[in-house]
Design a protein around this ligand. Structure first.
Ligand SMILES: NC(=O)C[C@H](N)C(=O)O
Length: 369
């Protein structure tokens, strides 16, 4: 559960609003910088993670408490931010990112649409601070559900705030700079880490320990920062296979699990998932992208639960068949396992046809039908 954040007295003073903005009901703004009408405005949703982590010493870079300092302290550590943007902070959660769930994601997407995408919005961008372990999942979720031209930037850190050469402050500065950079519009949600800008759609964590971990192995980065100034290699673009979902009236997401395939995958995994009855979809991280455990999933298929197949190495295309297949096995296309899970949840929650969502655009591209 979210840790209560003490508000420093300077922040209390600055909560006297000069911007004529009223937060939507239920959104608890706990940090607001002195309002400067000549600057753009950034909303920060803080969720925890290593960027908000505290270790027992400056050399404790790998053993620490994630989600331990609040949004006000994150901003206070980077006073340079206040020359770039007005900053508003909301403590959405303060947890390690494996504890982020679809309730938190839905909450953020719904508030993001209200705060950032409203016609009279005063905000130029939304920055989400997040643990890196599941950062790509929340980034992908926001990419598919926050539907306006303004950027949502997701940022984290690999070293806790207390470590030697902590990367969080520079990453947060880069995230806010990228968010208010005019050329960041119309690119969907972006992951900004380690001086690189990547699309939330394609970028994933590729190493568990090192700073240089967020990559989009085939599509590559969209841009980067030089001297803390953002730049892009390409003009604004939308991934060709991206779907968007309206979650305004969605109150919860169905349960979707991922099964990791290997030699001798035990069929009972599938049986037990189906037996519980509350799982509405499965992603199969298979050895080769093929079903590969045919006999094992026969029962699952006959139960009608959609099974999206991707590959356990988590990079590459699992192409749709030339004509749509009958049955409940669906190809993931270019979307990795954990993002396929999110997309399947969103499709099921909004009544979209999962096969169409995953396969149609890529089938059209590959086979022209
Ligand atoms: N670097 C990190 O942020 C990892 C952390 N365990 C998290 O995801 O919350």
């Amino acid at each position: 559960s979210p840790t209560p954040i003490p508000i420093a007295s300077s922040q209390v003073l600055s909560l006297v609003r000069r911007d004529n903005w009223t937060p939507p009901a239920g959104l608890n703004v706990t940090y607001q910088s002195e309002y400067n009408a000549s600057l753009p405005s950034t909303m920060i949703f803080a969720t925890g993670g290593t960027i908000a982590g505290r270790g027992s010493s400056s050399t404790a870079s790998g053993v620490y408490q994630a989600g331990s300092i609040g949004v006000g302290a994150l901003v206070d550590a980077v006073p340079e931010l206040l020359n770039v943007s007005n900053i508003y902070g909301v403590q959405i959660a303060n947890v390690g990112s494996p504890s982020i769930n679809s309730t938190i994601q839905l909450n953020m997407a719904q508030y993001a649409n209200k705060v950032l995408c409203a016609e009279d919005s005063i905000f130029d961008s939304l920055v989400i601070t997040h643990g890196t372990d599941t950062l790509e999942e929340t980034a992908f979720f926001m990419d598919l559900t926050v539907n306006c031209r303004k950027p949502v930037i997701i940022v984290g850190a690999m070293r806790p705030a207390t470590a030697l050469s902590a990367d969080g402050p520079a990453n947060l500065y880069a995230a806010v700079k990228t968010g208010v950079f005019p050329d960041s519009k119309d690119r969907g949600a972006l992951i900004v880490m380690n001086d690189r800008i990547g699309s939330a759609f394609y970028t994933q964590k590729t190493h568990v320990n090192y700073l240089d971990t967020f990559k989009a192995p085939e599509p590559g980065y969209l841009g980067g920062l030089f001297n803390n100034e953002p730049f892009y290699y390409y003009g604004p673009a939308t991934p060709k296979y991206k779907n968007t979902f309206d979650v305004t009236n969605v109150t919860s997401l169905p349960k979707v699990d991922i099964v990791y395939g290997h030699q001798e995958t035990d069929p009972r995994i599938f049986e037990s998932i189906v037996k519980y009855g509350d799982v509405k979809g499965i992603v199969l991280a298979s050895p080769n992208g093929g079903v590969g455990v045919d006999s094992a999933i026969t029962d699952t298929i006959s139960s009608g639960i959609p099974i999206v197949r991707h590959v356990r190495i988590n990079v590459g295309m699992i192409a749709p068949s030339e004509t749509p297949r009958n049955g409940s096995v669906i190809s993931s296309g270019l979307i990795n396992n954990q993002k396929s899970r999110i997309q399947l949840q969103l499709a099921l929650a909004t009544g979209a046809d999962p096969r169409a969502v995953f396969e149609d655009a890529l089938r059209e591209e590959l086979y022209g039908n």
